[in-house]
Design a protein around this ligand. Structure first.
Ligand code: DX5
Ligand code: ZN
Length: 218
């Protein structure tokens, strides 16, 4: 689909060869690199932080789309910005001062994103949309790759698309996106999809190229 952006999530990549994995998805026509930062407190897994992002920064100039599943997020925003994150997405549920957090991200010169857990209403966006460059609708519970898409989130995607109206805000969907689910996600209004297991399946840039092409043509 022309105009659709694909953001491979490295959560299901081989962490022992992270740099090569990123060059391989870049060569396979990825648009953004989606970096899942999880703290074992906000969501039940532990991944990586700014130091790893900083060393990956030399691999590619593609946007680093940084999805923070951490709470609190505020004390770490500057570190992620300095490490080379281009988009910094925080969860609406991660703290009491979402508006301030978004202002801080923009103040650091980065694109500000808000993510909504499956149980969170799109109404959480009501008073922050003017501070936002990206909305991320989670279609699985945050923490792990390889989970199944939650179909009830399609309605939320439609509602968020309507709320965005003419604003220049990306609508991103993350979790369980595959050739089977992507058409419904895009039809509901997403313009960026995150895909972990559907991209990293098989291993190596030839598989990644096939997998990304399968997503685009589904
Ligand atoms: C889940 C992460 C996702 C996840 C997507 O906490 O935010 O980015 O890695 O993986 P798949 O595409 O396998 O559901
Ligand atoms: Zn993610």
């Amino acid at each position: 689909l022309p105009g659709l952006l694909i953001a491979p999530s490295i959560l299901t990549a081989d962490f022992a060869r992270l740099g090569e994995e990123i060059s391989d998805v870049v060569a396979a026509d990825a648009d953004w690199i989606h970096l899942d930062v999880i703290d074992g407190h906000f969501a039940p897994n532990i991944t990586f932080g700014p130091a790893i992002i900083k060393s990956l920064r030399k691999i590619t100039k593609k946007p680093f789309d940084t999805h923070l599943m951490i709470a609190p997020a505020d004390p770490f925003l500057a570190a992620f910005a300095e490490a080379g994150a281009d988009h910094i997405t925080v969860h609406a549920e991660a703290g009491p001062h979402l508006h301030r957090t978004l202002q801080t991200i923009r103040g650091l010169g980065k694109k500000a994103g808000v993510s909504l857990n499956p149980a969170t209403s799109e109404r959480a966006l009501d008073y922050v949309l003017d501070e936002v460059d990206l909305v991320l609708v989670m279609s699985v519970n945050p923490g792990f790759g390889g989970q199944s898409f939650i179909p009830g989130q399609l309605e939320k995607i439609r509602r968020v698309r309507e709320m965005i109206g003419r604003r220049p805000i990306h609508l991103q969907v993350d979790g369980g996106v595959s050739p089977k689910t992507i058409a419904a996600v895009v039809e509901a209004g997403a313009d960026v999809v995150v895909a972990g297991s559907a991209v990293f399946d098989g291993g190596g840039r030839e598989s990644y190229r096939k997998n990304i092409a399968a997503l685009r043509s589904a």
